[in-house]
Design a protein around this ligand. Structure first.
Ligand code: SAM
Length: 189
């Protein structure tokens, strides 16, 4: 994929009982996912929430680390957060990628569970795509079913056969990026 953007979705996501909710942004997700996104050279990392107060909060954190006292103190963190931005929804994220890349992105989704109703795409196929893509991760109990079903591609779940495969979103991002772009260590295939 020539320009991959990552979206961390806070709405619409599932709540405990499967209802659609909006989750709160966490500081840890902003920082940790920004580092993974930077390490794998993604084009951008969007923290997506319709709650304006949360976007303002995240922007203030980003400012501190990008331009403020934090940037001087810990430049590596500043570099990681340089490609992070907040957006108010999925449609805005799609349009933002299109504006930057001159072409609408393919939208890919991730889930711990198998998803019916949207085409599957392998890690290898995704990595080989020419063009921009927006890769979405959920918070709460995962992306809302309409987001999963309307996607252009669903990446395979990680550890689908395991008794437990509910990873933190930070771990899921890191594993997914390594499956897409990682160096193979040891084995030559
Ligand atoms: N509150 C949780 C946290 O602290 O991270 C949020 C859980 S949220 C449901 C985790 C997201 O990571 C999922 O929506 C999905 O995008 C991804 N994820 C988690 N486990 C996964 C797996 N086994 N395979 C693929 N993606 C997974």
């Amino acid at each position: 994929v020539s320009a991959l953007y990552l979206g961390l979705v806070h709405h619409p996501v599932r709540g405990r009982a499967g209802e659609t909710i909006t989750t709160a942004v966490t500081n840890l997700d902003v920082h940790d996912i920004a580092r993974s996104a930077r390490a794998y050279d993604l084009a951008g990392y969007f923290v997506i929430t319709p709650i304006e107060a949360q976007r303002v909060l995240v922007e203030r954190i980003l400012e501190h680390w990008r331009d403020g006292a934090g940037a001087q103190r810990i430049p590596e963190r500043s570099e990681a957060l340089a490609r992070c931005a907040t957006l108010d929804g999925l449609e805005t994220a799609r349009r933002e990628v299109e504006r930057r890349e001159g072409r609408a992105p393919l939208v890919w989704v991730t889930s711990a569970r198998a998803v019916q109703g949207a085409p599957a795409i392998s890690y290898r196929e995704a990595a080989a795509v020419q063009g921009p893509a927006l890769l979405l991760f959920g918070t709460g109990h995962g992306l809302a079913s309409e987001v999963l079903e309307e996607a252009d591609g669903v990446l395979p779940p990680i550890r689908p056969g395991a008794a437990y495969n509910h990873l933190s979103v930070r771990a899921a991002v890191a594993i997914t990026l390594d499956r897409l772009f990682g160096d193979t260590i040891g084995d030559s295939d």
